[in-house]
Design a protein around this ligand. Sequence first.
Ligand code: SIN
Ligand code: MN
Length: 199
Amino acid sequence: MKIEIRGFIVHKKYLDSAQQQQQLSALRKVISQVPLFCPNTPYDKPMSVKMTSAGRYGWFSDRKGYCYIRRHPSGQNWPDIPESILRVWSKLVDVKKKPDCCLINFYGKDARMGMHQDRDEADFSWPVLSISLGDDCLFRMGNSTRGGSTESLWLQSGDVVLMSGDARLKYHGVDRIRFGSSRLLPKGGRINLTLRVVD
Ligand code: SIN
Ligand code: MN
């Protein structure tokens, strides 16, 4: 089922449980090479999500700001984006141009993501594709400028959100997760994958 809210296109239950499991096993391999870390922020407040990346670039944040970096903080190269994840991009976005960053965010019990725009990329005509795995989360969608009215939707494991066109630069965030609502991750929690074309 496909729904559209404020230009955000939400493909509910896009991935079946076998596809989710396949992505999860590929992600476990990635995370064993480039472990999840807790980024700091320009406000000197550590993010509540843990993250790592795959692809040519990894998204990074510290006291100096947000940027894309070529290697994991350990010095390790980012592993390739797993095929099972790239396939979703090819089906929903474009087969000729591949994303060059897959940001992997892990949400534990009390993790959240404040309202923000994705704007560290060179060309906003390329969409951002986001995949949800594991526990449900309350996803909030706003406007092209900060503030104003918002609408929220529970995202579940296997849901895919496409931010393109008007929605590409809209504010969005995650208020909370429903810890333990999915059995995909045996110890609970949520993984969000964000695929982006960086340059
Ligand atoms: C993000 O926009 O950075 C994450 C969105 C999500 O976790 O669904
Ligand atoms: Mn975002």
